[in-house]
Write a protein that binds this ligand. Sequence first.
Ligand code: SF4
Length: 130
Amino acid sequence: MAAPTPKTQRSDRDVLNLLAKRARTLHLGPANYCWFTDPSRALCLKLAGTPTADRPLVGMCDSARCPQATHHPCHRPVWAEHAERTKTFLGQLGAPRKTERTRLQADYDRALRVVAEIDAASTIKDEESA
Ligand code: SF4
């Protein structure tokens, strides 16, 4: 199954506008914003087997695959560093370690996809303000 496309918000102003409307549901994290509007859609709760919990499980957050996450320019360094670190580990894995390689490759691809989505959203914003 293909992972869903990571979501991005285009500007901090967009986030502030949304924050005014959704102060109770917005959770700000170092790698993403979590819009906890519908527990049944929260990937962390699905992974934990607690789909009716009333708050997100940040420790199990997998924002690149969660429909309730958005990623912003302020999150880019975290994802870029994660991609770089994962790339280093991939380069050090021996050929027989196929399971680890598959998992790390998926992590790496996911991190690159988030970075690309953030960059694409930033480019659109730059073009709109030009
Ligand atoms: S997986 Fe992350 S973004 Fe999604 S609901 Fe849980 S904490 Fe929020």
